[in-house]
Design a protein around this ligand. Sequence first.
Ligand SMILES: [Mn+2]
Length: 329
Amino acid sequence: MLKITPRFQEFLSQPRRICLINHFNPDGDAVGSTFGLGSALQKMGHEVSIIMPNAFPDFLKFLKTNVPVIIYTEHREEADRQLAASEIIGTLDFNQPERCGAELGKWLTGKDRPIFMIDHHQQPGSYAEPMFSFPDVASTCELVFEWLDALNALDNIDEDAAQALYTGMVTDTGSFRFPSVRPKTLEIAAELMRMGARPHQIHEQIYDSNRESRLRLLGHCLNSMQLRSDLRAVFMHLDATTLGSCGFSKGDTEGFVNQGLSIEGIDLSLFAVEREDGWKISLRSRGDLDVSALAREHFNGGGHINAAGGESEGPAEAIKEKLWNILST
Ligand SMILES: [Mn+2]
């Protein structure tokens, strides 16, 4: 399904200076796909750097790559230098230039160098060519594997790259249980294991390395739960005061929204968290219930059919009422 044009193949047949960019607040799939692809491209002889819009969470720090990783918010000049020197930019795991932040996003609208996209979000923007956009595929990491396969370049996936790609597949599929998982997903996972990925270690790193603050926040989050069984929906929230009193650090509330969906008879879960720049919304759903449309229409956001995000005015009570209203009409 994923085809690489002879022209693009030709372009990559000689050493190039390549920058890879992922999205703001990089998650497992964003970090995994840039690390995995970056390492492989480097092995193929290219000069690669990875530009992350901001820092990635601690639980992903076990991932390794020999490619230089530059955090845009911390080393902007160096990042801009690498971008200016690049012959091509690859964007991974996002679909619109603004998803990597306003400043970094400007590099994607300049039209002065080619940009390729590897992504699985719905409604991809038109800034990239070639564009490898497959919204039905569970993770960008899965697509990176197929992309390298289409280039006959799977040999360049070393142990570190296999670990990185496997990690993104685990986090974006909820440990291989979301409906987006295909037979091919598991075939790729098996192949990555043969290439050196260690599933038990990855699971331990991701799921058994909680900070105290995260678990305390989970307690508060679950306590805040409001359930409307008639609407088959759950609302949960954490305000800034609670985050502060529990010693919140970045990434602590990752995945909390999924807890709501684990309740029998619930098809939609909304988790709202108050950050410095306002309330952030996470949405999850089951089946055909399209939360990306809901996020687009009501919460200035977007995402996938069953997993989306956005933002809202507060307070929590108002967000909850807004949700009940949307679902009642
Ligand atoms: Mn993803």
